[in-house]
Design a protein around this ligand. Structure first.
Ligand code: FES
Length: 541
């Protein structure tokens, strides 16, 4: 195709799926973010966004090119994988529907651990001792890759090694901690009991583990993106991949045109469309605070064993230290008052830390795998050359980096020791069955039950400013939100994935789907998949 003069100018134009040069229309939800830096999938600002500007992609020609690999998604998984692929000598295009770090990677609290949310004793029980050992090796390989990238490419991202501490708050947690420590030692992770803690949180038992780490994830991702582009990779932001078809040669349809590729990777946190993995991964939200303290900041990583667990660390940004505290996790779309989650977390933290100010608060999403281990490899139900990485639980930075190593090998047809453990097609009847049934039943419950409970209203006048509700009105089931300027936003409440009823997330001003975690802005604009389309906007008479 001959490129029309001016097409691609400053990202204002793109090629349609028919190959026409069209004007790019800025997404309507951008009103949310006017004047801000790096953008995210919610209305709260994460600590990382505050200091990192938007990534400006190079305007590289891409149409009519065939790439060895197209990577979909510009978070840590997509960027790490794309760079690794490029380093292996293959050409690579990375397509991001929004902007670099827009999704969960821009809202992580970025703990780099060689232990996981699923303890090693559980992995040993469900997958065998060798698999537990291999998982520990995977975590160390992931940290080594991050360290190597930072060193090799001089990425300035405040990386530092930290000691980690796990503390038990009661007798039940103490028993759990003993099992965690014993199984960690067995797989070579040097965790052991201690009697001192840098955290002012009372405990009855505590263990420490050396050589954990932390960094600024946004700075790291932007570093990876620059290195990737400078080495010849192509990044397209505001480029949604709408379909991947074909066999040996894939046709990748995007909102900025069509490209051909020999392989594709969905690094989109959860793959889009309808896939078996949506029934094996459950969406959760976690809450984080960035706090200025009056006293000392703990220079360590900390975790209690409460369910859901709370986590702590310190990060300096622009010369100011912050305690980052997180917790209050719940299943996406299952919490009626998400503002209360922040309030509970803050009041808990204030019991132990001398807080001067809550400077940042934000929430983020993660996907819990049914059997406790991530899915990295061939995407079930797709051609052999389409790959996926998902189900990272709360260990996204580690699994995202490890995915780069696993996927780069698989794409090159190289044997990898991790293939079987992370195989997305695995069926683990012992480990995964009960969770699988629970999550599937939960989805069915929301599909049927939520619709039966929806109230009918005749007038919108009783909706208060800032209030949102799902209601029946005039033959429609509406998700309604009245904004601060009293404007009413009405969208169809049926999620465009497989039609569960969305639920209001007041703290992020989003409609969140309780079934598989799709999220939409208050005006229906899609923020995160697996849905592929916005909620339908309903015009009110
Ligand atoms: Fe599956 Fe909404 S995400 S129905």
């Amino acid at each position: 195709m001959t490129e029309p003069s001016g097409c691609r100018l400053a990202g204002k134009y793109f090629y349609s799926s028919l190959g026409k040069c069209k004007k790019y229309v800025t997404p309507k939800w951008y009103g949310f973010y006017i004047g801000m830096n790096m953008k995210r999938d919610g209305s709260n600002i994460s600590l990382w966004q505050s200091a990192i500007p938007d990534f400006k992609e190079k305007q590289t020609a891409f149409s009519d090119r065939k790439f060895d690999v197209v990577v979909v998604g510009g978070g840590i998984t997509g960027l790490s994988t794309a760079l690794k692929i490029l380093e292996s000598g293959k050409s690579c295009l990375l397509a991001e529907a929004q902007e670099i770090g827009f999704g969960t990677s821009g809202g992580t609290t970025a703990h780099l651990n060689n232990f996981f949310d699923t303890p090693y004793y559980q992995v040993e029980k469900d997958f065998g001792a060798a698999s537990a050992q291999l998982l520990a090796k995977g975590a160390n390989d992931a940290i080594s890759l991050i360290v190597e990238n930072i060193r090799k490419y001089s990425i300035d991202c405040s990386f530092s090694k930290r000691e980690g501490f796990l503390f038990a708050l009661d007798e039940k947690q103490k028993d759990e901690l003993e099992k965690i420590v014993e199984s960690a030692k067995k797989v070579g992770v040097p965790m052991d009991f201690t009697n001192t803690s840098p955290f002012p949180v009372p405990y009855i038992s505590i263990a420490s583990v050396e050589n954990q780490a932390q960094f600024n994830p946004a700075a790291y991702m932007q570093g990876l993106a620059s290195v990737f582009e400078n080495a010849g990779g192509v990044i397209l932001q505001h480029c949604r991949v709408t379909e991947i078809s074909g066999d040996e040669e894939l046709e990748v349809k995007t909102s900025r045109g069509i490209v051909k590729a020999s392989a594709a990777v969905y690094a989109t946190h959860i793959p889009p469309g309808v896939n078996i993995l949506h029934f094996r991964c459950a969406p959760y939200r976690s809450y984080a605070l960035g706090l200025k303290l009056k006293g000392e900041y703990p220079e360590a990583l900390g975790y209690d064993l409460h369910d859901p667990y709370r986590y702590y660390r310190t990060q300096e940004v622009d010369g100011q230290k912050y305690l980052i505290a997180g917790g209050e996790d719940h299943k996406t779309g299952h919490e009626e008052n998400t503002n209360a989650c922040f309030a509970h977390l803050e009041s808990y933290v204030r019991k132990f830390f001398d807080v001067e100010e809550v400077a940042f608060k934000w929430s983020s999403q993660y996907f819990e795998p049914a059997d406790g281990v991530a899915y990295i490899g061939h995407l079930p139900g797709n051609p052999e050359n389409v790959f996926v990485a998902t189900g990272f639980g709360g260990n996204g930075m580690i699994y995202g980096s490890l995915s780069a190593l696993v996927l780069a090998d698989l794409i090159r047809g190289k044997k990898t020791e991790y293939a079987k453990l992370f195989d997305p097609s695995r069926i683990k009847p012992v480990a995964g069955f009960s969770n699988f049934v629970k999550e599937a039943a939960d989805v069915v419950g929301h599909f049927i039950g939520d619709k039966a409970k929806i109230e009918k209203i005749d007038s919108f006048s009783d909706l208060a400013t800032g209030e949102a509700r799902v209601v029946r009105h005039d033959g429609h089931v509406l998700a309604l939100y009245k904004d601060e300027q009293q404007r009413l936003h009405a969208v169809n409440s049926a999620c465009t994935h497989i039609k569960c009823t969305v639920a209001w997330n007041a703290s992020e001003k989003s409609w969140d789907c309780p079934c598989h975690g799709s999220r939409f802005s208050y005006d229906g604009t899609m923020l995160t998949g697996p849905a592929r389309k916005d909620l339908e906007v309903i015009k009110l008479a």
